[in-house]
Design a protein around this ligand. Structure first.
Ligand code: NZQ
Ligand code: ZN
Length: 389
C-alpha cells in the first residue's frame, strides 16, 4: 500500500426532506449573500428550487440566482456568473443539481477570487488555493462532485474538456442528499449515473499498487451494491431504498475513499472526455462504451486487476488472467446492456469516428505518453478507440 493523504471535509445530510435544511446550514456557515446555481429547468419544474429559496429566506440569508447551466458545462456561463458573484459580493454558493451544476459552481467559486481568467486553473497555468465555499443540493447520483475536490469544464473555444482535482479547496462544505429528488430522473440519466459511479470505482481499482486489500474490498462491495440497487431501480423507479443506496454509492465512489493507498488509472475518463467535448455525449453513457473496450485491451497487456475484478464482482470463473479479463469486459458490457446504455460509438451517434483526432485530443489533454494503469502511447490510444465500434 502507498502512503496517502485523505481529506473528506464535506458534511452530508441524507434522507427525505434534507433540502429544506439548506437555509439553516447557509446561516450557520455565516454566509451573508448566496448565489444559487442551477441547471436547465428540472429543479424549477420539480419545485425544488422554490423550496431551496424559501429555506434561505426563512433563515434570513439573501440570495441571487444563476440558472441555465447545461450538461457538459462550458466556460461562458462560468465567466458570466463570476462577474455577477463579484458584483453581489457573494460569500457562499449553493449548487442545486448534478455534476454539471456543481462543477460550474466550483469554477465560479474559484474564479471569483482569482485575478486572471478562471480557465487558467484548467490548463495548469494557475492552482486553486482559495475558493468561495460551495454547498450542494444533489439531484442526480453520478459525477460524485458533491464530495470530490474536482471540477470538469469544457472550453467551447478550444474544444477541450478538462478536469482539475484539488485536495481540499473545491470540496463542498455541505451536501444535501435526498433520494426522493432522483425519482424524476429519466431512465437514461439514472443509467448513465450508475455507469459513471462504477467507472469512478474501477478507475481506482485498476492499479499497479500491490496489497491494497482494504480499498479493493471496499470497492468490490460498492460495485456489488450499485448493481443490485440499479436493477431494482430499473424495475421500479420509485423504489426509495434502492435510490438511496445508489445515491450514497455515487458519493463514496468519488470522494477519494476508493483511492486510498494506491495509484489510480483515469485512462477511461480521459478517453471519454474527448468524446463529450467533441459530440456532447452524456458522460456516463460515453463511459459505458469506453470501459469495456479499455478492459478488453488490457486483457492482452496487464490483465491481473481486471481478472480479479471479474472473479470477485462478476462471478467470472476463468483461471487464466487473460480469459478472466475478457470475461470481465463482457460482463460489464452485459450489465450496461441491461441498463439500456449505449455499447458502441455508433450507439452514441458517432457514425464517422475520426480516430486520429480522438487520439491527438487525448494526448493533448492527458500528456504523451499518459501513464495510468498502462502507459498509453498514441498507438495504444487509437487501438482502444477502434475497439469501440
Ligand atoms: O439541467 P437540468 O434541467 O437540471 O437537467 C439535468 C441534465 O439534463 C438532468 N437532471 C438532473 N437532476 C434531475 C434531472 N432531471 C430530472 N430530475 C432530476 N432530479 O440530468 C441531466 C444531466 O445532469 P448533469 O449534471 O450533467 O449530470 P451528471 O451529474 O452526470 O454530471 C455530468 C458532468 O459531471 C462531470 C462530467 O464530465 C459531466 O460534465 N464529471 C464531474 C466529476 C467531478 N466533478 O468530480 C467527475 C466525473 O467523472 C465527471 O467527469
Ligand atoms: Zn466520471
Amino acid at each position: 500500500m502507498d502512503n496517502f493523504s485523505y481529506v473528506a471535509p464535506t458534511r452530508y445530510l441524507f434522507g427525505r426532506g434534507v433540502e429544506n435544511e439548506v437555509g439553516r446550514l447557509a446561516a450557520e456557515a455565516g454566509w451573508s449573500r448566496v448565489m444559487v446555481v442551477y441547471g436547465q429547468g428540472s429543479a424549477v419544474r420539480s419545485g425544488l428550487l422554490s423550496r431551496v429559496t424559501a429555506s434561505l429566506s426563512q433563515s434570513g440569508v439573501p440570495f441571487i440566482q444563476f440558472g441555465g447551466i447545461a450538461p457538459n458545462p462550458t466556460a461562458a456561463p462560468v465567466r458570466e456568473a463570476i462577474v455577477m458573484a463579484r458584483r453581489a459580493c457573494v460569500d457562499g454558493i449553493i449548487a442545486v443539481g448534478g455534476g454539471s451544476v456543481i462543477d460550474s459552481a466550483k469554477a465560479i467559486a474559484a474564479g471569483a477570487l482569482y485575478d486572471g481568467d478562471f480557465w487558467d486553473f484548467y490548463i495548469g497555468a494557475a492552482t486553486v488555493t482559495d475558493a468561495i465555499p460551495v454547498g450542494v443540493v444533489l439531484t442526480i447520483p453520478a459525477a460524485g462532485s458533491e464530495g470530490s475536490g474536482n471540477s470538469v469544464i469544457t472550453n467551447e473555444e478550444t474544444g477541450q474538456k478538462i478536469s482539475i482535482r484539488t485536495d481540499k479547496a473545491l470540496r463542498p462544505v455541505f451536501a444535501l442528499l435526498n433520494p426522493e429528488l432522483t425519482m424524476t430522473l429519466p431512465q437514461a440519466q439514472t443509467a448513465a449515473g450508475v455507469a459513471d459511479m462504477m467507472a469512478h470505482i474501477i478507475e481506482r481499482y485498476l492499479t499497479t499498487t500491490p496489497d491494497v486489500e482494504v480499498t479493493d474490498r471496499l470497492s468490490e462491495g460498492l460495485l456489488t451494491a450499485i448493481m443490485t440497487s440499479a436493477r431494482r431501480v430499473i424495475a421500479n423507479p420509485n423504489d426509495y431504498e434502492a435510490r438511496a443506496n445508489i445515491m450514497w454509492s455515487g458519493t463514496l465512489a468519488h470522494n477519494g475513499i476508493c483511492g486510498c493507498g494506491r495509484r489510480e488509472d483515469w485512462t477511461s475518463h480521459g478517453l471519454e472526455h474527448v468524446l463529450s467535448a467533441l459530440y456532447g455525449v452524456t458522460h456516463g453513457a460515453g463511459l459505458a462504451v469506453v470501459f469495456p473496450a479499455w478492459i478488453t485491451y488490457m486483457a492482452d497487456r496487464l490483465p491481473a486487476k481486471p481478472a480479479q475484478l471479474g472473479r470477485r464482482v462478476f462471478g467470472v470463473t476463468a483461471t487464466d488472467d487473460r480469459e478472466a479479463a475478457l470475461a470481465t469486459a463482457a460482463a460489464l458490457r452485459a450489465f450496461f446492456a441491461e441498463l439500456n446504455l449505449p455499447l458502441t460509438l455508433g450507439d452514441l451517434g458517432i457514425t464517422d469516428p475520426d480516430f486520429a483526432k480522438f487520439t491527438a485530443d487525448f494526448h493533448r489533454d492527458k500528456g504523451n505518453p499518459y501513464r495510468g494503469y498502462w502507459t498509453m502511447t498514441p498507438t495504444d490510444t487509437e487501438a482502444v478507440y477502434r475497439l469501440m465500434v
